[in-house]
Write a protein of this length. Structure first.
Length: 344
């Protein structure tokens, strides 16, 4: 097991990469713990949960709402949970986001921790202290910054994860390597097969390195003023593509990273060979790097982003593999990139 200590404004957090769900009892006050989990997780792993009260909340992005938050508050009251309660979210990013929000608001805040069970939650959602829910169709509209006391990343649990969910996590792993760690990028290039097979030593290293990168960036900029923007590499195009096509987040981000790499080459920042390495790595992990979609619809979605950012698009580019820079890009420069294939 590898440990990482994160010092946040709201408290410290320990990330345990390679710790097992079976050892959970060592980390929680079992008599005061209430588990929040999704129904699929309860079916698959409920037998391994410690004997605590459990609140199942359904599954999928549609449950990430204030209705679910209210449902949990209600259950906690019925269970007589007081300020000494410990809330433990066991699941993917959805369970973690909701659990952190509920724990931060119930009785003005109770202790909480996560067992992150998807690759995306392990390398991204459970790290950084953002918790919240969607509201009126807007993603992550309502929430708080607050750190869990601990996050357990049990990489054995990834073996039951559907392949497309695994891929989503790999997109964020490539993102972390591309913006901050050339050695990790090389390791991925060399070990992509082992990574995809979820070989324990390889995946633990990748999860750990990812967590270190995200935690380091977040430590410098917990409330997202500057440095944290680098974590949006691939996400400006990615969100626009995700919104207009409905493809999974990780796939959209993969295409977005290819777009951002191409743009970095056009700006004279990144050698073309490096952009090719990024495309090749994404492909070797089974991630897409282009899409056939109406160009104007994607540009319109990007323009909406632009409005939100006060007239400019803050775009994350690379000046080498392992180093990101943020630049303001006018929308028309984004129009001609090869990630969007011309309509057939
Ligand atoms: N807070 C943050 O900083 C942050 C960052 C990135 C993403 N997110 C949020 O994370 C959410 C997406 O998270 P996600 O991709 O983990 O989705 P998710 O939580 O819905 O999990 C995906 C699916 O996998 C199932 N599952 C989870 N663990 C499993 C396992 N070990 N074996 C088998 N099935 C398993 C779940 O039941 C679910 O159906 C989004 O709502 C996104 O906004 C938050
Ligand atoms: Zn993402």
């Amino acid at each position: 097991m590898k440990l990482l200590q994160i010092k946040g404004e709201t408290g410290d957090s320990v990330i345990m990469v390679g710790e097992s769900l079976q050892n959970l009892k060592r980390h929680i006050p079992a008599d005061r713990t209430v588990i929040i989990t999704d129904n699929l997780m309860l079916d698959a792993y409920g037998k391994d949960f410690p004997s605590c009260e459990v609140i199942p909340i359904g599954t999928g992005e549609t449950i990430k709402t204030l209705d679910t938050v209210q449902f949990i508050w209600d259950q906690l009251i019925q269970l007589g949970a007081d300020r000494t309660a410990f809330l433990l979210g066991i699941g993917g990013g959805i369970v973690c986001d909701i659990t952190g929000f509920v724990a931060s608001t119930y009785l003005r805040g109770v202790r909480f921790g996560f067992v992150a069970s998807t690759l995306l939650a392990q390398v991204d959602a459970s790290v950084g202290g953002k918790n919240g829910v969607n509201f009126k169709g807007y993603k992550n509209m309502v929430g708080v910054f607050n750190q869990p006391e601990f996050v357990i990343c049990d990489t054995e649990m990834l073996k039951t994860l559907p392949e497309k969910e695994v891929l989503s996590g790999f997109a964020e792993i490539v993102k972390h390597a591309a913006i901050a760690d050339e050695a990790m990028f090389r390791f991925l290039e060399k070990n992509h097969r082992h990574a995809l097979a979820l070989r324990r030593d390889v995946i633990e290293l990748l999860v750990y390195d990812s967590v270190v990168i995200k935690a380091t960036v977040v430590n410098k900029d917990e409330k997202e003023k500057g440095e944290r923007r680098k974590l949006n590499f691939g996400h400006t195009f990615g969100h626009a593509i995700e919104k207009t096509t409905g493809i999974p987040h990780g796939e959209a981000v993969s295409i977005g990273m290819r777009g951002a790499a191409d743009l970095s080459v056009r700006k004279g920042l990144l050698p073309i060979q490096d952009a090719e390495r990024i495309v090749n790595l994404l492909k070797s992990l089974g991630l897409p790097t282009e899409i056939q979609v109406d160009r104007q619809t994607v540009l319109d979605a990007l323009a909406k982003d632009k409005k939100r950012e006060g007239g400019r698009i803050h775009f994350v580019l690379l000046d080498r593999i392992g180093h990101a820079v943020v630049d303001d890009i006018p929308l028309d420069e984004l129009a001609a990139l090869p990630i969007i294939k011309p309509d057939a």
